[in-house]
Design a protein around this ligand. Sequence first.
Ligand code: GDP
Ligand code: MG
Length: 163
Amino acid sequence: RPLTVAIIGRPNVGKSTLFNRLAGRRLAIVHDRPGVTRDRRFADGRLGDMPLRIVDTAGLEEAPADALETRMRQQTERALAEADVALMLIDARVGVTPMDAHFAQVLRESPTAVVLVANKCEGGAGEAGLYESFGLGLGDPVPLSAEHGEGLAALFEALLPHE
Ligand code: GDP
Ligand code: MG
């Protein structure tokens, strides 16, 4: 059985970039309701020899600003309900934002296991954000670069206990 991994986080942290990197075969876009586009994307993929089902919480970027928070909460809750593990991404170059802290709180209150990922860490540029993210209370962050494919071995190690 593949490990179902939901990629969670505020817009622009690199969720879809990580989804694309891990995805082998795109499966489906789930339209939850009329007028709500691209709520969740699914793919089969693998990390090393670990089969994954990956869930991208996409489409938030297109939401009207006043609906953004509600939609983020809904998407996150649905993705968490389906997932064995949540990958909570932050942009380590930006550091921890209030919206990241909000997501972290939702995840701390959820029974779903969480792996914290500090993305955009290539070239050491995310070091300050990486250390800052220890303060989110989600355990040790995994430094990653979804765009450059760095840190995938450490991500594999972090997912192993949840298989
Ligand atoms: P999403 O909104 O969370 O799905 O984020 P995207 O995957 O759309 O990425 C947002 C932006 O961050 C895009 O311009 C990406 O190219 C960029 N990005 C994603 N991953 C990385 C990374 O590892 N390093 C850097 N420097 N940029 C990244
Ligand atoms: Mg996206």
